[in-house]
Write a protein that binds this ligand. Structure first.
Ligand SMILES: [Zn+2]
Length: 276
């Protein structure tokens, strides 16, 4: 395609109101959208028994912060800074981190969420800073680096924002479940007739063995993916053995040898994440 035809093709794009969008704006928005998608995703780094959540960003200097309520360590690092340099930067501040985490532990916990800019919300095991963007655009949530961007209408309530977040969690789990079931059902030799996602206050999952229906908690969208997998394997195992008997635990060990470790990780996540 030559330059002129490209120009003509782009200039004929119209937005939802039927207005012609200038081709340069269209290109710009495409570029911005792509840039957001290609930002590296956060990852976990183990430093001297500390789990450090690292996000690489187009920034000049490394930033380290502690996320309430337990003081989880979150690092924003320049794109090309090596893992070794990040590790060294965390180690250099180890005493300070330990001191702050002790202070966090002694502080009363605030559990009321208002879904406003600056709050920390967990998604698939990583903390994200919430940024609420008001406007006329479609209501949706986007992940940009370690920022969870919530696009809402100007006059929105905390309840509506909470509902939008829950929809985001539900969509995430709904998208993950088919692959997880396709992986585990053949391995375990069982088949659930139906599954669903719902808000559950006291459980991570449940299994109706008679109807062979599995429910997964909406809050699982906050915990690491391997913990979501653990909950599903647990519920599928109930299709073989209904009770938490020695046979049940033997099945868990057979299918997921490190299940106890994952269970512990899940409970740890609940303490540091759901209490926020
Ligand atoms: Zn169970």
């Amino acid at each position: 395609m030559n330059g002129l035809r490209y120009y003509n093709a782009m200039s004929s794009i119209k937005d939802k109101k039927g207005q012609t969008v200038s081709w340069i704006n269209q290109l710009k928005s495409t570029f911005v959208a792509k840039a957001k998608v290609s930002l590296p995703t956060p990852f976990l780094m183990q430093v001297a028994q500390l789990e450090v959540h690292v996000t690489r960003k187009p920034i000049k200097h490394l930033h380290l912060r502690l996320v309430p309520p337990t003081g989880v360590v979150q690092v924003s690092a320049p794109i090309h800074l090596s893992d070794e340099r990040i590790r060294a930067a965390v180690l250099a501040r180890l005493d300070w981190i330990k001191e702050k985490q002790t202070a966090f532990a002694q502080r009363p916990q605030a559990s009321v969420r208002e879904y406003i800019t600056g709050e920390t919300h967990y998604y698939l095991g990583s903390p994200y800073r919430l940024q609420v963007v008001s406007g006329k655009a479609k209501q949706q949530i986007m992940i940009c680096g370690d920022v969870l961007q919530m696009h809402v209408l100007a006059q929105t309530t905390a309840e509506k924002r909470a509902a939008l977040m829950n929809t985001f969690y539900r969509d995430t789990l709904k998208a993950m479940m088919p692959d997880l079931l396709a992986k585990w059902q053949p391995i375990m030799g069982v088949r659930a007739n139906d599954w669903g996602i719902k808000a559950m206050k006291t459980r991570w999952g449940s299994c109706n063995t008679r109807d062979k229906r599995i429910w997964m908690s909406l809050m699982l969208a906050k915990v690491p993916p391997e913990c979501i997998e653990y909950v599903l394997v647990h519920e599928l195992a109930h299709l073989i053995e209904a009770n938490h008997s020695p046979r049940f635990h033997a099945l868990m060990t057979q299918f997921l040898p490190h299940w106890a470790e994952l269970k512990q990780k899940l409970n740890q996540s609940a303490r540091s994440e759901l209490m926020l």
